[in-house]
Design a binder for this molecule. Structure first.
Ligand code: VGL
Ligand code: ZN
Length: 204
């Protein structure tokens, strides 16, 4: 029997309505994610966790607008509004999230000069967060991913998860996306092509 973990991506105040980088309907997934937490033995949470002045913030680049793209040493980087600053209210998990069962909270995006969408690797695709090693040491080979945002941190995490050899499912009904310049369709196709199982259990 495969050992499975539920990985809840960035279900934080800043990605929910009212937050600094609000994802439409981001808070709607909380009850479903809580059900899934209750039904899963092993739960891992990720937490976007940036120092003030992080290089992924438009405010760190004079004249740059949020949601524009710049070239970083590691490739193109979307610039975001300031969000998920370490220790801020916006960086807290949504207050309704049943987070206490989590066995691991993996923080990412804490290096000032590099962003980290994926739970596994920073945006240079080479600096590891340690999550793959943690899961392997614990004998976990099967992952279900949920959370925010479908087309950024969830998708990057899912693509790295399959690359790292994990059997990977994304529950789309327990995710919400940003959809910047068609990013949702693009990333859904990339996940499908890479062998990520995309499931939507929405009834009706
Ligand atoms: C995310 C943009 C910037 C995410 C994090 O959680 O999808 N997106 N930081
Ligand atoms: Zn971020």
């Amino acid at each position: 029997m495969a050992d499975e973990a539920l990985v809840v991506i960035d279900l934080q105040n800043d990605f929910c309505p009212g937050g600094a980088l609000a994802v439409a309907g981001g808070d709607e997934i909380v009850p479903l994610v809580n059900d899934m937490i209750r039904r899963t033995d092993h739960v891992v949470l990720t937490q976007d966790w940036h120092p003030a002045g992080h290089s992924s913030f438009a405010s760190s680049h004079p004249g740059a607008q949020p949601f524009s793209t710049i070239e970083m040493p590691y490739g193109p980087q979307t610039l975001w509004p300031d969000h998920c600053i370490q220790g801020s209210l916006g960086s807290d998990f949504h207050s309704g999230l049943a987070w206490t069962k989590a066995e691991l909270v993996i923080r990412k995006g804490f290096r000032p000069a590099i962003d980290s969408y994926s739970a596994f690797f920073e945006n240079d695709h080479t600096t590891p967060t340690g999550l793959a090693g943690y899961l392997r040491e614990r004998g976990i080979d099967t992952l279900t991913l949920v959370g925010l945002a479908t087309d950024f941190c969830v998708a990057f995490s899912a693509l790295d998860a399959v690359k790292q050899g994990f059997r990977t499912t994304v529950r789309l009904d327990a995710c919400r996306g940003i959809d910047l310049n068609g990013s949702l369709e693009t990333m859904l196709a990339k996940m499908r092509d890479a062998g990520v199982t995309l499931e939507d259990h929405t009834s009706g």
